[in-house]
Design a protein around this ligand. Structure first.
Ligand code: NAD
Ligand code: DAU
Length: 342
């Protein structure tokens, strides 16, 4: 099924841009608006071809800003909220921006979803809300036990969503996925950081003993699940999204080195992240019952992902150096200021 018009917040980030690209490709009749404030993590290059082609209307704005949100959400049938502060290490240094965007921003979006009577509001959340697992698989009813300021702020957003579904009957659904990988992921995150460092012949900084596990899902498999939950999910319900592919970080680092084919990089064990969650484990039967199943094999997708970073060196070099901001200034600033980018 296609939606007539969707608002994608955070659509210039990693998962949001992959979602926008998938929807633009597979649903040619769906009108797509992206609302993104372009923080350090937002990169217009991720969707610039679609903006240039007039396929995506881009609005530079903050989800905490009522005026920007009302304008961007007007006419939207479905809202997908990908916008968030997302990096655990940054949240350990400074959590205020996480609370402001992930809780306050979500609250602001919900208020307008209610007022404008959107048909569906999809909150993109994370497996981290359940905290570290001792081997137990968490289902959607498991208690929330966040282990760091990022996941605590995501819990705040999720709970506000559930409150709006119950109190005001806003048609909210929540997805909680495991770790995503794929193209356009910011180089601060594990897989792109290690891949690009290996290409540059730099060390790969592995936290602690390197045996923390993450359950990796290819980004497009997650995007398909999110679209399905928007269509078939039940209001007020949470849907876990995971494939059950837990890998110790050390093994993923070794795989990256193999695919990059560089011998001048080495894995270096460094001081552990504070409060580092050992592993996440999800039961995802509920989303499978809606008809979802992953299409991607981890080994193939890892090889393709590393290849993407090898082939798109300019993209990540601009992210690492901050030069992607100049790209934005050069290509879009005037257009956006005049309100003509669409
Ligand atoms: P990202 O950091 O790559 O992108 C976040 C985007 O949100 C950026 O484009 C940024 O500019 C925008 N943004 C941030 N604050 C904003 C604000 N106040 N107003 C408007 N835009 C703002 O993040 P990602 O990895 O693509 O994650 C997207 C969503 O998925 C997040 O909600 C995250 O919690 C969730 N999630 C991510 C993963 C993962 O592995 N990456 C896994 C599970 C859930
Ligand atoms: O589980 C879903 C979450 O996955 C999302 O909600 C978050 O937004 C996303 O950032 C991600 O969080 P993680 O903390 O799991 O991802 P990160 O890429 O930061 O780290 C993955 C693992 O790699 C983790 O165990 C920490 C480790 N790591 C990470 C970095 C950046 C290292 O060993 N060295 C590093 O330099």
């Amino acid at each position: 099924m296609s939606f007539t018009s969707i608002l994608v917040t955070g659509g210039a980030g990693f998962i949001g841009s992959n979602f926008v690209r998938m929807m633009a490709r597979e649903h040619p009749d769906t009108k797509i608006t992206v609302l993104d404030s372009l923080t350090y993590a937002g990169n217009l290059e991720n969707i610039s071809d679609l903006i240039d082609a007039g396929r995506v209307r881009f609005v530079k704005g903050d989800i905490r800003d009522p005026i920007a949100v009302r304008a961007a959400m007007s006419g939207a049938e479905v809202v997908f909220n990908f916008a968030a502060e997302t990096h655990v290490d940054r949240s350990i240094e400074e959590a205020a921006s996480f609370i402001e965007t992930d809780v306050q921003g979500t609250y602001n979006l919900l208020n307008f979803a209610r007022e404008l009577k959107v048909a569906r509001y999809v909150q993109i959340s994370t497996d981290e809300v359940y905290g570290s697992s001792d081997g137990t698989d968490f289902d959607e009813e498991s208690p929330l036990k966040p282990g760091n300021p990022y996941s605590a702020s995501k819990c705040g957003g999720d709970l506000m969503c559930l409150a709006f579904a119950n109190t005001y009957k806003v048609p909210v659904v929540i997805t909680r996925s495991s770790n995503n990988f794929g193209p356009y992921q910011h180089v601060e995150k594990f897989i792109p950081l290690f891949t690009t460092n290996a290409m540059e012949g730099k060390d790969l900084p592995l936290y602690g003993d390197g045996m923390h596990q993450r359950d990796w899902i290819y980004v497009e498999d997650n995007c398909r699940a999110i679209a399905l939950v928007a269509e078939k999910g039940k209001t007020g319900e949470v849907y876990n999204i995971a494939v059950g592919n837990s890998q110790p970080n050390l093994r993923v680092a070794e795989l990256i080195l193999k695919h990059v084919g560089k011998t001048d990089s080495r894995i270096v064990f460094i001081e552990d992240r504070k409060g580092h969650d050992r592993m996440y484990k999800l039961k995802a039967e509920k989303v499978r019952k809606l008809g979802w199943q992953p299409r991607t094999d981890f080994a193939d997708a890892m090889e393709q992902t590393v290849k993407w970073y090898v082939q798109n060196r300019g993209w990540w070099e601009r992210v690492k150096s901050g030069a992607f901001r100049e790209y934005y200034e050069k290509h879009y600033k005037d257009k956006l200021a005049r309100g003509k980018a669409k």
